[in-house]
Design a protein around this ligand. Sequence first.
Ligand SMILES: OC[C@H]1O[C@](O)(CO)[C@@H](O)[C@@H]1O
Length: 292
Amino acid sequence: MKNTVLSFGEVLWDAFGDGKKAGGAPMNVARHLVQQGVDVSFASSVGMDNSGDGLIAFLKNSGLYSGLIQQDDEFPTCEVTVQLDENNTATYIIPEPVSWDNIELTTALSKAAKAATAIVFGSLACRGTKTRETLLNLLDDTPALKVFDVNLRPPHYTLSTIETLVARADVVKMNEEEADLLIGGGSAPLREKIIEFRSKYHVKTICVTRGEHGALVWHDHEFFDSPGCPVKVADTVGAGDAFLATFVSGLLSGKPMQQVVDKACSVGSYVASQRGANPVYPPELLNSLAYI
Ligand SMILES: OC[C@H]1O[C@](O)(CO)[C@@H](O)[C@@H]1O
């Protein structure tokens, strides 16, 4: 049977000093899955405003517009201010409340969740009760592989929400800083921290991304280490989302795990070398993804 991924959560405009780009981690993951030829649907909510119309146009162009995109008449579409430091590492100022804080549990959404092979979700859209409850309902009623992208966007999380989500996840992806925060362990080697995390939560797969130093993945009781591919960073926006999409796509199609991790790192690096979260893949990158 064909794999179908449901990506759930925020869609927004990332406002850089010189213009806006469509973003939101789960939307970025969905957009990368589309580029990689994976059957994906995306669930979110936009406001009834010009900004929301613009996002709908973007989603239509990207093959991501469906009955799972709600239009909220209460809250506005989200516009995030992206700030880049001297290394082009991004931090985000995210307004609240916005349309995707209000994602409703609809029949279409429940149906999509039940039919999905995998569901991808993150912590940001779960900052408020409404969307969090919707997601928890979906997760509690589907056999899909549950992929949690920790993706902390301070101050928009609480440890209790993160624990609730990790407890339902099969796959957890975080970066090194997030691992330090969630697992602690000070200067202990990353492998020890991952084992410690696994002793608390019965997830099947743990991915820790390390920026230009690649990623360390624990899967099926084995570690897979990828050294990464350093690039000149344009901005870090969406690099982790690209990693996750490539990882999920490789995992679902049963590719050899070491290659899956290497490819995920190379697509993440490509995205870091480009402006914004959703650059169109050059043919050589696309060809490199047709691996065995
Ligand atoms: O989703 C929150 C923020 O994180 C990103 O998805 C990047 O990972 C941005 O596009 C967005 O502003």
